[in-house]
Design a protein around this ligand. Structure first.
Ligand SMILES: [Ca+2]
Ligand SMILES: [Ca+2]
Length: 446
């Protein structure tokens, strides 16, 4: 049998060409840049070719694949993707090392209104994007971080966690999956040595709500082992990426973190790292502060002392540190450092004695207030009465006088009465004259 070179070429090269095309040979991104390791401490990102902060355009006929690895079997991945493509230029995300794994996003295209989030069940994620021959758009931007559920037992009862010089992590329950409905969690991150605690919040993704009320889901951070308004560091109820990474160094040796969720709409929650920091206490340390410094008020001792330390003591150790670049201004946070917190974690019940004295004080205040009101009403009444009397006396009396009409009997009645009287008089006179023999004269007309 003769050697058929053409046939062997077909057998060897056709599958090879197909394989290279399927795994992204038509990708302009070097293979080395498509193998990515995720950090647990820092949210990192990568983009499709020529993304250019959402203003560029990806190549046509593209087929690129990126493999993300946490580097640790105990850590999964959390991804937030923002995209803008022309369908059917599609983006795929797999829960594994290649396209044979479970698909998490099966052909994203068009434009995302807000970042979409995906989490893996193991250490790898494979992201692939393809484009056709016409009409290119910006592509995608992916933020990613390595994480696992580090909520401990804080969602069943308050959990105290020890902050050491190395980073430890705290998350909402089920992280990097969505948090559990109706969660009610509380953790105390304490150095236990008097050293202060530094926290770095890497991910914040909570159901959106009015930041003043935060009625749905919310996490709080407090400077101290108690919850008071004056030691509240942050109160967050916004979706990613409204609150980017930030860090804070406490005044006290404990930081309290709480989280609550309602019965619907769950998101990823938070991921934070914490560690203890020993602040310099000598005067010489104060003079060592450099360009950027943070001010702390140490309340570990009975007397509050303010010291200034180098900014390097509060920054993550990573040299290329996006926390520093992405974090929000800490000016507003720094203002908290001037507050001396005296609110106890669980205010003790007042003793009978204290309660009695307080009640007496309150009663006395109420009594004095009532007396004041009565005096005021009395004075007001008297003054008003006096004014009314004076006004009546001084003002001219205006009366409507009805002239009294003298009684006048009707003329006819008078005349009748006079006639009757005169007749009676005459009759009497005549009778007397007759009795005395006098001449009776005729009465004169009247
Ligand atoms: Ca296209
Ligand atoms: Ca909710």
């Amino acid at each position: 049998m003769l050697f058929d070179g053409t046939k062997w070429l077909q057998i060897v090269f056709i599958p090879l060409v197909f394989s290279i095309t399927a795994y992204g040979q038509s990708c302009t991104v070097p293979a080395g840049n498509r193998n990515i390791t995720a950090s647990r401490l820092v949210m990192s990102s990568f983009e499709s070719p020529n993304y250019n902060q959402g203003t560029g355009s990806y190549p046509s006929n593209m087929d690129c694949g990126w493999l993300i690895d946490t580097g640790d079997d105990s850590l999964q991945l959390l991804l937030f993707i923002t995209y803008d493509t022309q369908c059917p230029d599609n983006i795929y995300i797999y829960d594994g090392v290649d396209e044979t794994a479970t698909v998490l996003a099966n052909g994203l295209c068009g434009k995302s209104s807000s970042p979409a989030s995906y989490s893996t069940s193991q250490r790898y994620a494979y992201v692939r994007m393809t484009s056709d021959s016409t009409t290119e758009k910006p592509g995608f931007h992916i933020d990613y971080v390595a994480a696992n559920d580090s909520s401990g037992t804080g969602c069943s009862s308050t959990e105290t966690l020890t902050a050491t010089e190395s980073y430890s992590y705290l998350t909402t329950p089920e992280f990097p999956s969505q948090y559990t409905s109706s969660s009610d969690c509380r953790w105390a991150l304490s150095s236990g040595t008097g050293d202060v605690v530094e926290i770095t919040v890497i991910v914040s993704d909570v159901e959106d709500d009015n930041p003043n009320s935060c009625d749905y889901d919310v996490y709080y951070i407090f400077d101290g082992a108690y919850k008071c308004e004056h030691n509240e560091i942050r109160k967050v109820c916004q979706e990613y990426p409204a609150v980017l990474s930030y860090n804070y160094t406490s005044n006290e040796d404990t930081v309290t973190v709480t989280f609550k969720s309602d019965s619907s709409v769950n998101r990823r929650g938070f991921l934070l790292a914490y560690r203890s920091i020993t602040l310099p206490t000598t005067a010489s340390s104060t003079t060592e502060s450099t360009t950027v410094s943070s001010t702390y008020t140490s309340t570990a001792s009975s007397t509050s002392t303010t010291v200034t330390s180098e900014s390097t003591t509060v920054k993550p150790t990573t040299s290329s540190d996006p926390i520093t670049t992405n974090r929000q201004s800490t000016d507003s946070l720094t203002s908290y450092t001037t507050v001396v917190c005296n609110c106890p974690s669980n205010p003790p019940e007042k003793s009978t004695k204290d309660r009695s004295s307080t009640d007496i004080t309150v009663s006395l205040e109420v009594f004095l207030g009532a007396v004041g009101v009565i005096i005021f009403i009395f004075v007001f009444t008297i003054t008003t009465a006096v004014c009314v009397v004076k006004k009546k006396v001084n003002s001219p009396v205006k009366k409507t006088i009805t002239p009294v009409q003298p009684f006048r009997a009707p003329v006819n009645s008078i005349k009748k009465q006079e006639v009757i009287v005169n007749v009676k008089k005459l009759s009497k006179q005549r009778k007397l004259q007759t009795q005395s023999g006098m001449i009776v004269r005729q009465p004169q007309p009247w």
